[in-house]
Write a protein that binds this ligand. Structure first.
Ligand code: BTN
Length: 326
């Protein structure tokens, strides 16, 4: 960071949540205001989260990497989710890593996080852009006593948890696009990928894979994405501490999973439908070479999308990409 960068961090840190004006900083550091701004830019590029309010000053939000198990658990009080937390600097895919740990007997509630994924996996065999230091890449091991056919219900838990976490840390109103894409203002901000190990009549474990674009910048998205994509930082106009996002996420997951275990899927499905972007809308769902058109009238207990065609016949759609037609 350099000596002057360190001094700047120290000054901002000392001010706590208060803004420090560029003028104050330049006086105390003995450099010009432009130099202060350059230092801030330099710190940001190293992953420091520093808010800049035009005409008012700067505020320290977080150091680059607070994503240690200790930092995460010190701020939350979950019962099950996060009992074990494993954090990697770099991994192929947190889902693959969590799968391996689960096969080795990892306890329910184990959370696997990575700063960077070299082979982040997306839905339907796609990849998930996973640059270092800016986003959340996380996989949670659950061992619910359910039949494999009910496993998609767990996706509703993770998509709801992501929505709650986003609302807790940012003043945004996320919604869910079936099956489990999280949207803010017309663009995708988070994606979920669940994987399962099961026998015919028993789930061994489920991996909830969650990717949230937190501080990713517009330039960091690859060209030619299927959906418009965004990050919490782009939407709110300020960087967010990943630590707060992950803490809120684990808290919400714990809460919803415990509710699911005690009350079943119904309350979860109802909350999910309230946030559904497709509910009551005309949609076209594409899967490989086929497509189904009609009005999205709901989801069933297994998570299938119910689409009513113009002939009034309701079709259950199990997988695919939804395009809104109105
Ligand atoms: C999608 O919308 O296509 C799903 C994206 C899922 C990404 C997350 S990031 C953490 C976990 N590990 C992965 O390899 N994928 C999921």
């Amino acid at each position: 960071v350099g000596r002057s960068g360190e001094q700047l961090v120290a000054l901002l840190h000392r001010a706590g949540k208060a803004l420090v004006s560029g003028e104050d900083l330049s006086e105390q550091l003995g450099v010009s205001r432009t130099a202060v701004w350059k230092q801030v830019a330099g710190l940001r590029s190293r992953g420091y989260l520093i808010e800049a309010v035009p005409g008012q000053g700067y505020r320290f939000l977080a150091s680059p990497d607070n994503l240690s198990p200790g930092a995460i658990t010190s701020g939350i009080a979950t019962e099950l989710v996060g009992r074990e937390i494993v954090v990697y600097d770099q991994v192929g895919s947190t889902n693959t890593e969590a799968f391996r740990l689960a096969e080795g007997g990892a306890v329910e509630g184990t959370v696997v996080l990575a700063d960077y994924q070299s082979g982040g996996k997306g839905r339907l065999g796609r990849s998930w852009e996973s640059p270092a230091g800016v986003n959340i890449y996380c996989s949670i091991i659950l061992r619910p006593p359910i039949l494999p056919v009910n496993a998609p219900q767990l996706t509703f838990i993770s998509s709801l948890a992501v929505c709650r976490a986003i609302e807790a840390v940012a003043t945004l109103q996320p919604s869910i696009k079936w099956p489990n894409d999280i949207y803010v203002g017309g663009s995708k901000v988070a994606g979920l990928l669940n994987e399962m190990s099961a026998e015919m009549e028993k789930v061994n474990f489920i991996i909830l894979g969650i990717g949230v674009n937190v501080n990713m910048t517009a330039e960091q998205f690859p060209e030619g994405l299927r959906h418009p994509a965004t990050s919490l930082c782009i939407e709110t106009g300020r960087p967010l501490a990943r630590l707060l996002v992950i803490q809120s996420l684990l808290t919400a997951l714990d809460d919803l999973y415990l509710q699911y275990r005690s009350e079943g899927a119904d309350p979860i499905l109802r909350q999910w439908e309230q946030r559904s972007l497709v509910h009551g809308r005309r949609v076209r769902v594409m899967y490989q070479d086929s497509s189904v058109q009609g009005v999205a009238v709901g989801i069933d207990g297994t998570g299938a999308l119910l689409v009513m065609g113009d002939d009034g016949v309701v079709e259950r759609v199990l997988a695919g990409d939804v395009a809104l037609e109105d």
